[in-house]
Design a protein around this ligand. Structure first.
Ligand SMILES: CC(=O)N[C@H](C=O)[C@@H](O)[C@H](O)[C@H](O)COP(=O)(O)O
Length: 236
């Protein structure tokens, strides 16, 4: 898929991240695929998936939905953990993803290759790259390295980005101002429709929502909080 075609599919819309962590009751690929079909029925323009479910999830979802798939793998939870190597990126692509989501920070990658190497290899193989960043400087560097989309996914998940309970709308605004012709995707802790609208108003091309749509455990806990129960962290 060409980047212009993908941009038209996602522009102004909602992408849903369908993932479930290792101990989550929804943790199996056929379940994730049915979840993906449900979110497409609800209007998702694309599905982001993989994570700890890895290649099996990407393949199951790509086979199940008519919309483009943004695929990723996860190796651990610290350092560079989202599709960390060139080989991981190629496996995600081979499983049916149109777009490979990968860590877009400037931290050293486990295979020693720079981000630009993953981008070049994915492009040569006919795919697109979404760079998951945590700061403005990382987004600018990822765009210079050739990433097709810059996503705010990792804001709050690196030691050098601000921790927050809500989405990083300031980073969306900063990225769209610094990179006016780039495709900026807002992602991370979007829990309410008005936050999605705010990100689009701030210039985001599209918004990714995961936990607030696809994790019934987390959703349930937000209702149960009125009975004095703490909201547990997302398990995805
Ligand atoms: C930091 C990290 O590992 N983010 C992951 C990236 O794929 C997922 O665990 C998130 O669910 C996804 O980014 C969507 O965000 P939220 O679930 O907050 O709507």
């Amino acid at each position: 898929m060409k980047i212009n075609q993908f941009a038209e599919v996602i522009r102004g819309g909602l992408i849903v991240s369908c993932q479930a962590g290792p101990d989550h009751p929804l943790r199996d690929s056929p379940t994730i695929a049915r979840m993906a079909r449900a979110v497409v029925r609800g209007g998702a323009t694309a599905v982001r998936c993989g994570g700890v479910g890895g290649i099996a999830d990407v393949r199951a979802v790509a086979d199940a939905v008519p919309v483009p798939v943004i695929g990723l793998t996860k190796q651990g939870t610290t350092g560079v953990f989202i599709t960390p190597t060139v080989d991981d990126a190629l496996r995600v692509l081979a499983a049916g993803a149109a777009v490979v989501a990968t860590d877009g920070t400037t931290r050293p990658r486990p295979d020693g290759a720079p981000l630009s190497r993953t981008i070049d290899v994915v492009h040569t193989a006919g795919g697109l790259v979404m760079a998951d960043v945590s700061t403005l400087a990382e987004g600018v560097a990822a765009a210079e390295a050739g990433a097709d989309l810059i996503a705010t996914t990792l804001s709050g998940y690196t030691p050098h980005s601000p921790a927050s309970a809500g989405p990083d709308l300031a980073l969306v605004a900063a990225l769209t101002a610094a990179l006016p012709s780039a495709l900026i995707v807002a992602e991370g802790r979007y829990h309410h429709p008005e936050q999605v609208r705010a990100a689009l108003d701030a210039g985001a091309t599209a918004v990714v929502v995961g936990t607030a749509i696809t994790d019934p455990a987390w959703i349930t806990s937000t209702f149960a909080v009125s009975r004095g129960r703490a909201v547990p962290p997302s398990a995805s």
